[in-house]
Every structure is written in structure tokens, then in C-alpha cells.
Design a protein around this ligand. Structure first.
Ligand SMILES: NC(=O)CC[C@H](N)C(=O)O
Length: 262
């Protein structure tokens, strides 16, 4: 029987800006490439959903209007989500979802949306949007992505951030931190989507879920990760030295070089 992970995808129609669906696809493919299987379960507003047998939760980003439409529905699922978060079920929340997993989100018109309070954070929308590429130093390596948010998220004393902003705005453009982490629940502003560009973060979430469900202790690296890592290292070498990368890896080399230039 193929070992399977059940992935709850929060409001896939509404909270899915900037290709955030690509995160779910990445989780599924990185499982399949290793002989596992992913069962993606949409959580739709107004529909019953049982989180008790879920192995991983993903929520994408969305406009203020999309957040407003789903805020009450998410709040109604708060007890279940807080319980499984405390039980160690890995979760990745991007931007709009991240904001609603904090204590509250106040939109540009001053409307308050109570959050789940899993992150000890509060978000207030400002007039100025924070848009652009972002680089974050984190325990999962240097994370790269794209951000576009007006919400300024402030972490309370003692609330762990995902990382430190090396380039970009991060939580609020002022405190230098990005994202938030509580146990295996991770919030971040990284769109892009985040996980294809940051395989270390993707595999962290998968390993948490595989260990919790099947006791698996480690994941073998995937060929592309090694190639991408090799390509990135090669790109950092002084120019002029021929790399021995195969054509496919050479493409990755050029990709890594192009990425480093931005
Ligand atoms: N990209 C997003 O998810 C945006 C979240 C929220 N509407 C904001 O602008 O801050």
C-alpha cells in the first residue's frame, strides 16, 4: 500500500493568488517522486470538513475581499485547527491566510476580522503596498520569493519569526523579521509560489507529516535539489571555469545565475 498524506487545502478558489496553488502541487510532486502519494482535500466555505485525520494544512494568499468572505468560516473551524496545530500537524499559511491565523486582521477601511490566534501577531492594512522580491535568512536556508501585501504584521514579544529579511519588506517593512512559526505551523509572506523555490522548506513540512503519520525519520534528497544546489554553488564560482553539469543541470545553472542577478 502506498504511504499517503492527506493535505487540507484551505479555500482553494479564493485564497490562491500569485500561483500559491503551486505550493500544493510541489508538496504532491515531492511526495510522488519519493514513492509516496498525496490526497489533496479542498476546504470550501460552508462545507463540513473533518481535520482529525489530516496530515498537513495549506492556506494561500488572497485579496482583502477574499479574506473577508472566508474569515467567519475559518473562525468557525478555529478549535479544530488550533488543536491539530498544537498536536504538531505541519501547516503552511501564505500571506492572507497567515494574517488570519494571527489574532486579528484590520483591513484598509478599519474593519476588524478576528483571527485564530495560533500566531501571536496582529495585522493592519496600510495604504502602501509592500511589493517585490524577498530574501529571508531562515533555519530552512535562505528563502527566496515574491511579496505583495498592504498588511503590516507585528509579532508579539516571544512570538518566533520564520526568519530575518535580507532583502525586501517582510512582516511590516520595519522590524526586519518575516513570517512566524509556532511548532510545525509556519506563516510567511513568500508568494511565488514559495515551495518550488525553497525545497528545504517543502521537505521540512513533508518530513514533519511523514514522521508524525509513519515514523519516517529522513527523506533522501531529490536529484533536482542537488543539481540546483550544485548549480547555485557553481554560479557562485569565479567565472570562466567550465562546469561539468549535464545539459539539464546546465539549465539549472543558468537559472541559478539569473536568480542571483535579481
Ligand atoms: N497577497 C495577499 O495574500 C494579500 C493579503 C492582504 N489582502 C494584504 O494585502 O495584506
Amino acid at each position: 500500500m502506498i504511504k499517503t498524506l492527506r493535505v487540507a487545502h484551505l479555500y482553494p478558489r479564493d485564497l490562491n493568488v500569485y500561483g500559491d496553488l503551486g505550493n500544493v502541487i510541489t508538496l504532491a510532486k515531492r511526495l510522488e517522486w519519493r514513492g509516496f502519494r498525496a490526497e489533496i482535500l479542498p476546504v470550501e466555505p460552508g462545507h463540513f470538513f473533518d481535520f482529525s485525520s489530516v496530515d498537513l494544512v495549506f492556506g494561500g494568499g488572497g485579496q482583502n475581499s477574499a479574506q473577508a468572505v472566508n474569515a467567519d468560516d475559518l473562525l468557525a473551524r478555529g478549535d479544530e485547527l488550533r488543536k491539530i496545530s498544537a498536536d504538531g500537524v505541519p501547516m503552511l499559511l501564505i500571506c492572507g491566510s497567515y494574517q488570519l491565523f494571527g489574532r486579528e486582521f484590520v483591513d484598509a477601511d478599519g474593519r476588524r476580522y478576528p483571527g485564530l490566534g495560533i500566531f501571536r501577531s496582529s495585522t493592519t492594512a496600510g495604504r502602501h503596498r509592500m511589493i517585490g522580491n524577498i530574501v529571508v535568512d531562515s533555519p530552512f536556508g535562505q528563502l527566496v520569493g515574491f511579496e505583495n501585501h498592504s498588511g503590516r504584521t507585528v509579532l508579539e514579544e516571544g512570538q518566533q519569526a520564520l526568519g530575518t529579511v535580507r532583502q525586501g519588506f517582510g512582516n511590516n517593512g520595519g522590524t526586519g523579521d518575516e513570517g512566524a512559526v509556532v511548532g510545525n505551523t509556519i506563516g510567511t509572506y513568500l508568494h511565488g509560489p514559495a515551495l518550488p523555490k525553497n525545497p528545504g522548506l517543502a521537505d521540512h513540512l513533508l518530513l514533519c507529516a511523514l514522521h508524525r503519520r509513519y515514523g519516517i525519520e529522513e527523506l533522501e534528497p531529490l536529484d533536482d535539489d542537488l543539481a540546483l544546489r550544485a548549480a547555485t554553488v557553481a554560479a557562485a564560482r569565479p567565472q570562466g571555469r567550465q562546469t561539468s553539469l549535464r545539459p539539464r543541470r546546465r539549465r539549472l545553472h543558468h537559472l541559478a545565475t539569473a536568480l542571483r542577478r535579481h
